[in-house]
Write a protein that binds this ligand. Structure first.
Ligand code: PLP
Length: 294
């Protein structure tokens, strides 16, 4: 992704009583070297991040993304981010977005080894063209994530459920899915339950009931899924967080991958088996997801 604008944040601790953070932001050239070679984000993937969709200059779901940034930081024993400062940084960056769809990325790294504070920065880039995946859908391959449903509670140091910068495994899973003739992966547990995609949540429809795997299974609590659940409930549908057996991917009336930038991408095939795509309903979901959301 080509970054169009970036700023580095000089972290201010929460509860400082400050209202104006503009002097803590340094605009940098996103094409030039900015970070120190000692950065633990670069050396160890040691940090957390968020990707927000931006539509016509409006950053979507800022509150839920900041809540998840704080949650990820807590799981990683990073200092609590000052959410007022991050909110101000997002507002500053969103001004540069212009019309159409863009992406804002928030990064909070542990910083430089033995350095004084974490390193934090925000970037703005063009969103990839997702038109095809939103209409034609995506073919997924189920891939074993290598742990059981109860692993997150037994091994919290695996940081399952934190949105860490260590996405090498997620990217490897997408490459493996492509080798298998699919577009994307859906991770499953060793004991046979659906988790999430490497960069998206999974949503299933059974009649008037919509289901997603429960976040306690060590997956991210998707902001797009949360926002869609609120819409679906307003429209009279039932929603639920469940343990979802792999077979449900084939039993569901429809299924989607959901994420902040791709939005709702219908699942058009699972391990080579074609699945029904509800184009009209998916278009409605995406029209909602493209409207300004707080
Ligand atoms: N799960 C994973 C592993 C992700 O990386 C993402 C988004 O990047 C999601 C789920 C979906 O989260 P959101 O809807 O907040 O973008």
């Amino acid at each position: 992704m080509a970054w169009r604008f970036a700023l580095v944040i000089d972290s201010v601790a929460s509860g400082s009583g400050r209202g104006d953070f503009s002097d803590t932001f340094t605009v940098v050239d996103p094409a030039s070297p900015v970070l120190s070679l000692g950065e633990l984000s670069a050396q160890r993937g040691d940090g957390v991040f968020e990707s927000l969709g931006v539509v016509d200059g409006h950053a979507q779901e800022v509150g839920p993304h900041l809540d998840r940034l704080a949650h990820s930081a807590r799981l990683c024993d990073l200092p609590a981010p000052n959410l007022d400062q991050w909110r101000a940084a997002i507002a500053r960056v969103a001004v540069e977005a212009g019309p159409g769809e863009s992406v804002i990325k928030l990064i909070l790294s542990r910083g430089v080894e033995d350095g004084p504070s974490p390193t934090a920065w925000v970037t703005l880039g063009d969103a990839p063209d997702n038109a095809r995946s939103r209409t034609e859908g995506v073919r997924v391959a189920t891939l074993d994530r290598g742990y059981a449903l109860d692993t997150p509670s037994r091994a919290p140091w695996l940081l399952l459920g934190a949105k860490t910068l260590s996405y090498a495994v997620n990217m490897a899973a997408i490459r493996e899915a492509k080798r298998r003739g699919a577009d994307d992966a859906v991770f499953v547990t060793t004991d046979g339950f659906v988790l999430e995609a490497p960069t998206a949540s999974v949503l299933l429809r059974f009649g008037d009931r919509f289901v997603t795997p429960a976040p306690a299974a060590g997956i991210l609590h998707g902001t797009t899924q949360l926002s869609l659940f609120a819409l679906l409930e307003r429209r009279g549908f039932r929603t639920g967080y469940e343990t979802v057996p792999i077979d449900d991917l084939m039993r569901a009336d429809a299924a989607w991958l959901l994420s902040s930038v791709r939005l709702a991408a219908p699942i058009a095939a699972v391990d080579g088996e074609v699945r029904p795509v509800d184009r009209v309903f998916t278009d409605e979901l995406n029209a909602y997801l493209l409207s300004p959301r707080e």
